[in-house]
Design a protein around this ligand. Structure first.
Ligand code: HMG
Ligand code: MG
Length: 306
């Protein structure tokens, strides 16, 4: 089979800037500004958007206003909002807010998990048993994240078989999809092929998403590997926002504009208007008040000659 013989007509982009991005900013962005940024993303055509986290405000003060963000976001047909949820307390908050989807999160490496949620992975999975099933019963969709699949900032190399075992448990408990995280952006294409091959031997491709931080500029290369192998959901953050406060050295997510630009060029539909997305990136930069790193964000959608 030739290169790019398995390209799909469309893929789904899962926008994480308002969560993964804002959790990692030194300054806390005002709620109304967050709402303005999310609104611009909806306007650009993003239909799956993570807008906050129901985590402890002591751990992530930047997202302490999760309820307010959910309350203030106008609902639009076909747009799903979600928020991270670490425990039963988070689920109660999610239910009270009326949000339609939550994301549970756990790491493939013990040390990152401990730093991130103060628990072993076994204890975290035990907590999730009281979150995933009850959420689904309450009509809330649940997505799972497995972090540090490509490598851990504390342990270095990580055995992907452990991430697979965790992912299988998350799916068995009721998650509709598991997003595999290259939390610190260390992944390279052959490694990505090996990880995806391992997962697809026991998990259907539609149940797998890729969440690639672009710390070393390899995220898009890894997306191409995923595309070829049948992955159809990719997480991204406008203008390349993103990072985990409990993973030192984790820089921005793959920039949504870079992903959409590349997919557009390959004839793959996302439902996203790239010009409007670029403008949403300008909104993000203005409300955050620092230069953001996305490549298309910085260069523009078109070349200067056109
Ligand atoms: P803990 O301190 O072990 O738990 O934290 P606790 O149960 O003892 O709670 C401590 C305090 O927080 C208590 O308050 C609780 O009531 C409160 P106090 O009695 O001291 O006043 N609390 C809560 N408050 C609001 N909502 C809640 C909640 N739970 C407890 N849900 C805990 C454990 C899990 C809560 C904490 O470690 C935490 O919130 N961690 C979140 C860390 C985080 O958000 N990390 C970033 C997201 S993950 C990521 O970025 C990776 C990802 O992008 C994928 C990738 O890139 O790989 C997803
Ligand atoms: Mg992340």
């Amino acid at each position: 089979m030739g290169l790019f013989s398995n390209l799909p007509p469309e893929v789904s982009v899962y926008e994480v800037s308002a969560r993964d991005g804002l959790q990692n900013e030194a300054v806390t962005v005002a709620t109304t500004r967050k709402v303005r940024m999310i609104d611009a993303l909806v306007d650009a055509g993003l239909s799956r958007i993570e807008i906050s986290s129901f985590v402890s405000p002591k751990w992530v003060p930047q997202l302490a206003d999760a309820e307010e963000v959910v309350r203030l976001m106008p609902r639009r047909e076909g747009v799903t909002f979600s928020a991270l949820c670490p425990n039963v307390r988070g689920l109660e908050r999610a239910k009270a807010s009326g949000i339609e989807e939550i994301g549970v999160f756990i790491s493939g490496s013990e040390t990152h998990n401990l730093k991130n949620v103060n628990k072993s992975t076994v204890d975290t999975l035990a907590v999730f048993s009281d979150v995933i099933g009850p959420a689904v019963e309450a009509g809330i969709k649940v997505r799972g994240y497995v972090s540090t699949v490509w490598g851990c900032p504390f342990e270095g190399e990580v055995d992907p078989k452990k991430s697979l075992a965790i992912a299988e448990q998350l799916l068995a408990e009721g998650c509709y999809q598991v997003s595999l995280g290259d939390t610190i952006g260390v992944g390279t294409p052959v490694q990505t092929r090996d990880i995806i091959e391992l997962f697809l031997a026991s998990v259907p491709p539609e149940a797998v998403a890729l969440h690639l931080h672009d710390t070393r500029g390899t995220a898009l290369a890894n997306v191409l590997v995923g595309l070829e192998m049948g992955i159809r959901t990719f997480d991204a953050a406008v203008a390349g926002l993103g990072g985990c406060p409990y993973a030192p050295g984790a820089a921005g997510n793959l920039a949504t504009e870079d992903l959409v630009y590349t997919l557009n060029g390959m004839g793959i539909e996302t439902g996203i208007d790239l010009e409007k997305l670029w403008r949403a990136g300008q909104v993000a930069e203005a409300i955050i008040g620092r230069d953001l790193p996305g490549k298309v964000h910085r260069a523009g959608v078109r070349s200067l000659r056109s």
